[in-house]
Write a new protein. Structure first.
Lengths: 291, 160
């Protein structure tokens, strides 16, 4: 399969890339890892007139810690999340997620930021970032701005980015002590999109009462879903079995799946229930110091 | 559409070409350079038959534009053999019957080449994880894992 013709640009600085986006207009598309964009171009689901390849801009491939945040640069590859010690110890939910995105070959190219900027509700990081309360940093002609992840996905394949803006960084606050998270995904085979996925991040107080709950749902709606009612339900409670079951049912009711080749809407809703209960149990265990 | 000039190091040899930006790396290798050892399987980024090593990392060459490889180094299955001697991985696939129809083999070899450089003493589980993006349509995974282990051992012993 051969994509439609396009003009190719390979800027060496962010400013140059933004100037190109301004000049070329909405027919320009950014290329980073390309592991979603190139397959879509080959199928001619998208046919941009201009490709602005940001891979040769130096200094964007970082995974760093500062000011109490984990910072993921625009060109950090999924593979780097898998091999990072700080991710493994402080953000097991991110480790869980990176391991189930596509396959190792795709992950050596695919970027974490691209996984958000693509705006696909079937992608895995959106749910995880919703659970973690991440912030997206965008750079455009008027400088930098920060967008809360909860405001980043207004619609299907749509993000809060302006056409001339570039997602340059994801900022994730370091979880306080007694925090834990997990991402669970059911896929038909390695490399498939989720039939459904659930991301959970919690923080407990010293008497095991939940003081923070973040829950994101993958591929059960037109956008990644933040399960706000479930989050609110959990805060202030001890996570005993009955509470976890009630939360799981609430999360299922917040999902909006559709029938497709991966299963019926009813099946997926029930899957959200099961995965939420399991993810909460794992997150609880991790918050209490388990693996 | 304007063509672009690229220079790529392929299996140690500098290659220059004028290409359309939309040309995929796998087509560049197979059609421009006639290196047909790299196979096109699914053409939809699933099967890994087209895997090559780009600057040390295994990638699906059907999901990279050739223009992205400008100034970089590529290794294909044709680059594995040295001085008429099979690479330990190639030998392993031969000794352990790691191929049946052979279609996935070039991709399996290239994934293995990059993987064994990072992990010289892998467990079977780690190998299975590493090849989870390479599909064998004969489902001959057991012997592929054995072939990787054979190569890993030879490389540990021989420093190849």
């Amino acid at each position: 399969m051969i994509p439609r013709s396009f003009e190719y640009y390979s800027p060496r600085t962010l400013d140059e890339a933004i100037a190109l986006l301004q000049k070329l207009g909405p027919e320009a598309k950014l290329l980073s890892g390309g592991q979603s964009l190139i397959p879509m171009m080959k199928l001619r689901l998208v046919s941009p007139e201009y490709i602005v390849d940001i891979n040769r801009i130096p200094g964007l491939d970082y995974l760093s810690e500062s000011d109490g945040h984990l910072r993921i640069g625009a060109l950090a590859r999924e593979h780097e999340l898998e091999s990072s010690e700080v991710v493994k110890t402080k953000f097991p939910i991110l480790s869980d997620t990176a391991k189930v995105i596509a396959d190792p070959l795709v992950r050596s190219q695919a970027t974490v930021c691209g996984n958000l900027a693509h705006g696909d509700p079937a992608n895995d990081h959106p749910a995880t970032m919703l659970a973690l309360g991440a912030t997206v940093v965008a750079q455009g002609p008027n400088g930098q701005r920060e967008i809360a992840i909860a405001d980043f996905f207004p619609g299907l394949f749509t993000t809060a980015l302006e056409p001339e803006e570039i997602l340059t960084e994801i900022k994730i606050p370091f979880p306080p002590p007694r925090s834990g998270g997990a991402y669970l995904k059911l896929e038909r085979k390695v490399g498939d999109f989720a039939t459904a996925g659930v991301a959970v991040q919690i923080t407990l107080d010293e008497s095991d009462v939940c003081k923070y709950a973040g829950i994101g749902l993958t591929n059960v709606g037109m956008t990644p879903i933040k399960a706000k009612q479930t989050e609110a339900f959990l805060v202030g409670k001890k996570l005993d079995d009955a509470t976890i079951q009630q939360a799981a049912e609430l999360a299922a009711s917040e999902s909006e799946p559709m029938d497709d080749i991966r299963g019926s809407a009813d099946y997926k809703r029930d899957l959200v229930r099961v995965l939420t209960a399991r993810a909460l149990a794992t997150a609880l265990n991790r918050a209490q110091g388990g693996a | 559409m304007a063509k672009m000039a690229i220079k790529v190091n392929v299996n140690g040899a500098e290659q220059s070409a004028e290409i359309e930006p939309r040309l995929l790396l796998v087509h560049f290798l197979r059609e421009n350079l006639r290196l047909t050892g790299t196979h096109i399987g699914c053409d939809t980024s699933h099967c890994g038959a087209c895997t090559v090593v780009l600057d040390g990392k295994p990638v699906k060459s059907c999901t990279v534009f050739a223009v992205q490889a400008d100034g970089r180094s590529i290794m294909t299955v044709e680059g594995l053999e040295e001085d008429g001697k099979l690479h330990p991985l190639q030998d392993g696939f031969f000794q352990e019957h790691g191929l049946q129809c052979g279609y996935c083999t070039p991709g399996m070899l290239m994934t293995g080449y990059a993987f064994l450089k990072e992990n010289s003493d892998p467990s079977d589980d780690e190998i299975r994880h590493a090849i989870s993006g390479n599909l064998c349509r004969c489902t001959g995974y057991v012997n592929i894992v054995k072939a990787y282990q054979y190569a890993a051992q030879k490389m540990r012993e021989g420093g190849a």
